[in-house]
Design a protein around this ligand. Structure first.
Ligand code: NAD
Ligand code: UDX
Length: 502
């Protein structure tokens, strides 16, 4: 295949940055430049203060400065010079955002493709030589056709463009690991000699570190749809288990035990079956909305309704969690303080897009509660922006919400602790059990003393001494083992479990 020597990645975000860093390390012979028109973001990539928090990321992108050695591959660059980098590249990865459309037809459902279109118009305008263009962003089915149309109309004569789909499957918090050891790399192309040739050129880049049998080449439109399908199926598993968690609470079953039991069936598998306060993140909701919108525009109304129900259960789960808090706290949150532990949509990221915390906290504020938030990675300014931007009464956020820099400050004087992100420091389980998600085992081993179990990375004992009584823990992530906390005087409410003894 054609040997690529220069790659340009458009979009220096959660996908573009880490993907390009790994691609560059594994292909020292290829110059990889990440471009973004957001100069602040590019400057942050050049500093020790990266624009995103991701374990292991600094280890691969930290730039050399003041004689301190480089972690960054010498062939990896970040730049705002979009035109030049596009013009020089032979292969262009499009990693721009494709959020839910906010305006006009399909608002609140369809994917907004304006960022992708503008990147492609730029390519048409500045390209002097033929290029392979790769959709890394998640896109609706047949988006490649639209891009091809734009390029045909804007490209210079004699300059050819081949469009590939190469969706990204990394999950935040484990991005580097996922990129280094992907389950599969999907490359979709047209079934033409030029399309297949371009797919081979892209595959050659991945074979530097991914086994050939994990690199799957399929039809362009299958590849686009496979990405939406993967996210829809993953989210569907979480909504299924969350729907069952409501039944567990009602009948006295334990969702972690149910999940463990069904997950042992190899056809089901154990992953993505953890009950929670609800899934968040920039992808699941947006991609299911997009899938449902596409189905609807194809007049497949039952299909659209099926996928939307995954989102409906997620909304229900977030509201159900809040209702339970209100019910347990004697049906009134007026004059009560709630400590919120965790704001990010999952652990090991500072990302707050679509986090369940936004819905839950707004609900609690609307009930009159004082809310005291702590998250180890999310800045106060971000928390305020997210809540004020989504609240029906932003003044409640200003008047009743405080943000703290430790668990103990957040919990001081609180009536309840509400765990919304599964950060390791909030757990009182052994690290091994928590990492394995092996709650059933953990509960039955009983090897640790109560004192040990009550003192995980944060001291629950210390928390018990600074809270107002009666003290509650609402565990939206099932990261605490209730028994040792109950011994300290807490009343513990976990998702999909009825309180021990009740
Ligand atoms: P992001 O918002 O973090 O980054 C996108 C970047 O693109 C921004 O910095 C923005 O300034 C830049 N950009 C937009 N239009 C541009 C243009 N015309 N020229 C130059 N720069 C431009 O988004 P993200 O989370 O990295 O997601 C990117 C895509 O990857 C989305 O389609 C998303 O669905 C998909 N995806 C995301 C994840 C994830 O975990 N975040 C995982 C898999 C796939
Ligand atoms: C997801 C997909 O996993 C990834 O393949 C895709 O590329 C982007 O979207 P991400 O959103 O980063 O990745 O994280 P993921 O681990 O999938 O978690 C999404 C949400 O579901 C989080 O809020 C998480 O806490 C929640 N979740 C996850 C559960 O509630 N239960 C689970 O069992 C797993």
């Amino acid at each position: 295949p054609k040997r690529i020597t220069k790659v340009c990645c458009v979009g220096a975000g959660y996908v573009g940055g880490p993907t390009s860093a790994v691609m560059a390390i594994k292909n020292p012979q290829i110059q990889v430049t990440v471009v973004d028109y957001d100069a602040k973001r590019i400057a942050a990539w050049q500093s020790d203060n990266l624009p995103i928090f991701e374990p292991g990321l600094l280890g691969v992108v930290k730039p050399a400065r003041d004689g301190i050695p480089n972690n960054r591959a010498p062939n990896l660059f970040f730049s705002t010079d979009v035109d030049r980098c596009i013009a020089e590249a032979e292969l262009i990865l499009l990693s721009v955002n494709t959020p839910t459309k906010m305006l006009g037809q399909g608002a609140g459902h369809a994917s907004e493709l304006c960022y992708l279109e503008s990147a492609v118009r730029k390519i048409g305008e500045v390209a002097e030589s033929s290029k392979i263009i790769v959709e890394k962003s998640t896109v609706p089915c047949r988006a490649a056709e639209t891009l091809r149309d734009v390029l045909r109309a804007t490209g210079k004569p004699g300059v050819d463009f081949e469009i590939l789909s190469n969706p990204e499957f990394l999950a935040e918090g484990t991005a580097i690991q996922n990129l280094l050891e992907p389950d599969r790399v999907l490359i979709g192309s047209l079934n033409t000699p030029q399309g297949l040739e371009a797919a081979r050129a892209l595959a050659a880049i991945y074979t530097s570190w991914v086994d050939a049998e994990r690199i799957i080449t399929i039809n362009l439109y299958s590849s686009e749809l496979a990405k939406l399908a993967a996210n829809a199926l993953l989210a569907q598993r979480i909504s299924s288990i969350n729907a069952l968690s409501a039944m567990c609470e009602a009948v006295g079953a334990d969702i972690d035990e149910v999940s463990f039991a069904v997950g042992l069936d190899k056809r089901i598998g154990s992953r993505m079956l953890k009950a929670s306060v609800g899934f968040g993140g920039s992808c699941f909701r947006k991609d299911i909305l997009s899938l449902a919108y596409i189905a609807e525009s194809l007049h497949l109304f039952e299909v659209a309704e099926y996928w939307r129900s995954v989102i409906n259960i997620n909304e229900y789960q977030k509201d159900r969690f809040t209702r339970r808090i209100v019910r347990c706290l004697f049906n009134s949150l007026s004059n009560k303080s709630l400590a919120i532990l965790g704001f990010a949509y999952k652990k090991n990221t500072g990302d707050t897009r679509e986090t369940a915390a936004i819905t839950v906290i707004n609900n609690l504020l609307a009930e009159g509660a004082n809310v005291r938030v702590y998250d180890p990675q999310v800045k106060e300014s971000q928390i305020r922006r997210d809540l004020e931007g989504s609240s029906a009464s932003p003044h409640l956020v200003r008047d009743k919400l405080t943000v703290w820099s430790s668990t103990y400050e957040a919990c001081a004087g609180a009536d309840a602790v509400v765990i919304l992100t599964e950060w390791d420091e909030f757990s009182n389980k052994s690290a091994a059990a928590a990492a394995a998600g092996d709650h059933v085992q953990d509960a039955r081993n009983g090897a640790r003393t109560e004192e040990e179990a009550a003192n995980g990375p944060m001291s629950w004992k210390r928390v018990s001494q600074i809270m107002r009584k009666p003290m509650y823990v609402f565990d939206g992530r099932n990261v605490v083992d209730p028994a040792p906390l109950e011994a300290l005087g807490f009343r513990v409410e976990s998702v999909g479990k009825s309180r021990s003894g009740s």
